[in-house]
Design a protein. Sequence first.
Length: 702
Amino acid sequence: MADQSAPQEMTEVSEAQIAVHWKEEEYFQPAAQLVAQANLNDPRVRERFALEKFPDCFREYAAMLDWFEPYEKVFDGSNAPFWKWFTGGKINAAYNCVDRHLAKYASKPAFIFVPEPETETETRITYQELYTRVNEMAALLRDFCGLRAGDRVTFHLPMTPELPITMLACARLGIIHSQVFGGFSGQACGSRIQDSGSRVLITMDAYWRNGALIDHKQNADIAVQTAKELGQDVDKVLVWQRYPGKYSAPTPMVNGRDYFVNEVLKNYRDKIVEPEKMDSEAPLFLMYTSGTTGKPKGIQHRTGGYLAYVAATSKWVQDIHPDDVYWCMADIGWITGHSYIVYGPLACAATGIIYEGVPTYPDAGRPWRIAEKYRVNIFHTAPTSIRMLRKLGPEEPRKYNYHFKCMTTVGEPIEPEAWRWYYNEVGKKQAAITDTWWQTENGGFLCTTIPALDAMKPGSAGPGAPGIHPVILDENGDEVPAGSTRAGNICIRNPWPGIMQTIWGDPARYVQTYYARYNKNPASKNWRDWPYLAGDGALLAADGYFRILGRIDDVINVAGHRLGTKEIESACLTVPEIAEAAVVPVMDEMKGRVPEVYIALKPGIIASDEIRARVIKANEELIGKIARPKHVYIVPDMPKTRSGKIMRRVLASISNRKEVGDVTTLANPNVVEEIRVMVQGKDAQVTQGEIPEDIAKFGEEK
Ligand code: PRX
């Protein structure tokens, strides 16, 4: 009998499923030179880290660290899904990143700071100097600010060495740091101060960005004011000076509240602060990230498990040796910077570059000049920078004499074409690329190839990292097999040491967001019953490589950075004339996605450019420039279901010039055509072809 299921299956294929019938890419093999010297070259590593070996396999990771007291248990799942790692162990992150390297590497640079202006010379900070500066700063935090283990401190620091120094000073004392990306607005910083309950804000007066010395101190005043309005008082604002001895911001200091760090530090010269022996489970830091609600969540990372995980993945996936020069171009204000500029590479005794400014300043040759000058041999960046550098200077890398052995891409899916440029031009066909998929919540890489062991496939992140067992689950919780062309929700079957502890102050949200979807028995103490929901759509090819398709929730990934649509919509609604706001992701050649805003005005209000401008300003002030909408459309009404729900998916199709599909069931179908003409023009053609999963399913009820 003929297979009758075939036509039926066809009709059930969704737009997103059609979109993923992409052609398989060819494999690329790592260079022999890289393989010969790699930290991880045991082809049986994934057997060593097989699921049956959980959790004991992770002892290997803990063994990469120095413990004051050994741990008793590798893993404790008794309070699932609040996992504990290496319990009973005592450890200090700053000790592991600095002190323990002094015996061998005291005079080797830990960091080379490269200022944005090319006329300024770099600063080299040896491990010995880092030790001194971290100790002095720790003394200041303890004795001048009265901070103790478990207290929270918010930073709003730019990309200078003072940021890792302050992080490590906190870690030395067990103070929980919460760095807010320097590009976020003062108000965004203020709400994070309030959520974390910080009494101290640490900032810098100014920093260089795209050729301008930016007044950053003004954001501190706004942040303190915002926190106060939300009920959190800040007693002290510590201000590092970009040029010590000189105040570079026009905004005045506030008497009795603001202090120049470098002046106060004079009282703590050469002070030594013993590293606190912290419980392995003591929180190390908070990192706020966007989710489906308007309020960013404080992702809480532990000390022992996190540090073990980032040390191991830095060593094995990025192949960092102490004699390598490693440059990650991310900002330390994001999780990539915490894990793979500060904690991971320092735990491996690397020499790392900290670059202050934008990669294309003053021209697209800048990164390659830096690579040549400082002999960088491991490079780490995001697709958005790769696209930008390719567009502005496709042949620039050829002009410079540098040699990368490994390169990483992170933060968003990389299209095979951009991947090939990265491989051919930036890597000069010599460097192995690791496309690392992970998230703020995860601590470190989840899917990636191992440079010396696995072939690379453009556009695919690869298999799970050692000890990580990803699976694709469908709507019903059934496993989607490898080689199927069906996309589904990528989940991780098992806990791992780098996973967050919880959401700061909101454990219920932690369970709800990451585990509720596929957990069938909330009382279960068995970790096998708690698959971790990452929030990304993905496909698993027959070769076991995962291809990440994008977010399945209301998060827009702008240039590799997460923005919650609800955050943007709430910012729009602060403009009093606005009745409703809807934000959608739009495909962008450089940034991957950018937000576009649709607004409906209150009755009697006339649309104007002035209102549009205020919507843009509200987003810049409440979130930051990164949230600036590409367009603001003032529409007569939002397309809505009969139950009154705004159909963001329809707006997303219009913004992306795609078919809107069947809208006849809407409460107001006619408005769709009106909006389409407003956005696209009367005779616009929709484009055919792939509809990325995050857009095809955007705003869908989950
Ligand atoms: O959608 C995935 C995307 O970035 C999200 C996580 O963002 P964030 O927490 O800010 O962390 C970014 C850096 C780790 C993910 O849910 N993403 C991250 N890496 C990749 C990626 N998408 C595709 N490929 C990647 N390599």
